[in-house]
Design a protein around this ligand. Structure first.
Ligand code: 5GP
Length: 205
């Protein structure tokens, strides 16, 4: 049995990763499973334990780090976020794809560990050409503040070099469809189908 693929959707903060991911799972029947993350941040209204996240204390989270129970984790605005390892391993081993939606530090860690089985998709801000003018905004921020925002955006965009695909988030549905097409195409790569074809050729010979 072929191992599943690990699909990683990531990108700058505020780009709409969560919205695209939710849209993808709510509106399409996918052949891949979402890996529910663990976090120490407070549960928001409407969020469900074991659906949106596994909500844990810092202590519980740190225990899991020590016991190597996470594929990756990162600290983001004062809270831990991480991907439980067991679910990912078992699902990939069973031949199904796993979908992660994580911030960039975590994605880079996964990239280092799973270059072969991983597909890394960078969700980029919409209207990239107008990003600078949007960051400059309506003139209410100080020049210093604007400079900082531009620098941060540049640093985040530079990370694109570590990814395999880029999807501009101009429309949520189009972005979600592009993600689906990427995954479909990855499965059509010859090296992922070679064993199957080799068997058929051998039988026919
Ligand atoms: P939020 O608190 O808004 O749900 O998520 C904050 C950020 O954490 C988002 O950028 C989201 O993609 C990221 N995130 C969610 N789960 C994980 C995870 O398991 N690992 C990492 N590294 N980031 C995550």
């Amino acid at each position: 049995m072929e191992r599943g693929l690990l699909i990683v959707l990531s990108g700058p903060s505020g780009v709409g990763k969560g919205t695209v991911r939710k849209h993808l799972f709510e509106h399409y029947n996918n052949d891949f499973d979402y890996s529910i993350s663990m976090t120490t941040r407070k549960q928001r209204a409407g969020e469900k334990e074991g659906v949106d996240y596994y909500f844990r204390t810092r202590e519980e989270f740190e225990d899991l780090i020590e016991n190597n129970g996470l594929l990756e984790y990162a600290e983001y605005v004062g809270n831990y976020y991480g991907t439980p390892l067991q679910y990912v391993q078992e699902t990939l081993d069973s031949g199904r794809d796993v979908f992660l939606e994580i911030e960039v530090q975590g994605a880079l860690k996964v990239r280092k560990q799973m270059k072969e089985d991983g597909i890394f998709i960078f969700l980029s801000p919409p209207d990239l050409g107008e990003l600078e003018s949007r960051l400059i905004g309506r003139g209410t921020d100080s020049v210093e503040m604007i400079q900082k925002r531009i620098q941060k955006a540049v640093q985040e965009l530079k990370l694109i070099q570590y990814y395999d695909y880029v999807v501009e988030n101009n429309s949520v549905d189009q972005a979600a469809q592009k993600v689906r097409h990427i995954i479909e195409s990855e499965h059509l790569k010859v090296h992922r189908n070679l064993r199957h074809f080799t068997e058929i050729i051998e039988e026919m010979e």
